[in-house]
Design a protein around this ligand. Structure first.
Ligand code: FE
Length: 196
């Protein structure tokens, strides 16, 4: 893994760039804070939920989403460039055969634009190490008991790459509208620590 992954190194670089821009009168602290506030105001798991509901009702969209998530989410008006740099988004879909779960083993990288600020447990040392070492046992503690023959894939986010999970559509939800389906999608479902 490259040293670039370290969010400490990146945030230090960002702070230096901010300081230079302020020093040269190119931006003010208020500009930067305003930009961040605006970004966070729009950042909620309801965004991820809308994307998943569309993927459930529109198989062609789902395929585009799995192939090139950055482009596909723009169809719904979302972007991964709301922060400082565009982050690559990879969306992975759960099935009977495979369950996906997302982590950032080194720090806490997370698709904030689509999921809102990350939960405390996502950033915890225990989650970050155990999900890699013993994902099945950890997911069981989250209340998710997976069939023994379901493979578990763990996706490790980085400063440049973010992941989001397409949960399996609940069997009872076959006739629901897209808007109603979106209300079923939880943050844990999008991270892969719960089924729906
Ligand atoms: Fe990270």
């Amino acid at each position: 893994m490259s040293g670039d992954h370290s969010s400490t190194a990146i945030s230090e670089r960002v702070r230096r760039v901010e300081a230079l821009l302020e020093e040269r009168g190119m931006v003010t602290r208020a500009d930067i804070d305003g930009r961040i506030d605006e970004f966070l105001r729009g950042a909620t798991p309801a965004n991820g939920a809308r994307i998943i509901a569309r993927a459930w009702v529109d198989p062609a969209f789902k395929e585009r989403l799995l192939n090139d998530a950055n482009a596909a989410i723009q169809e719904l008006g979302f972007t991964m460039s709301g922060g400082i740099q565009e982050q690559r988004l990879k969306v992975v879909a759960n099935s009977e055969a495979e369950h996906n779960v997302v982590v950032c083993t080194l720090c806490s990288c997370y698709p904030i634009a689509l999921l809102g600020p990350s939960p405390g447990w996502y950033k915890s040392e225990a989650y970050r190490s155990r999900v890699v070492r013993e994902p099945r046992a950890l997911l069981r503690e989250f209340g998710l008991e997976l069939p023994a023959d379901t493979r578990i894939s763990v996706w490790d986010a980085s400063a440049e790459s973010r992941y989001m999970v397409v949960p399996q559509r609940p069997p009872a939800a076959q006739r629901m509208s897209e808007a109603k389906l979106a209300t079923l999608v939880t943050r844990k479902g999008l991270i892969g620590t719960a089924a729906l």
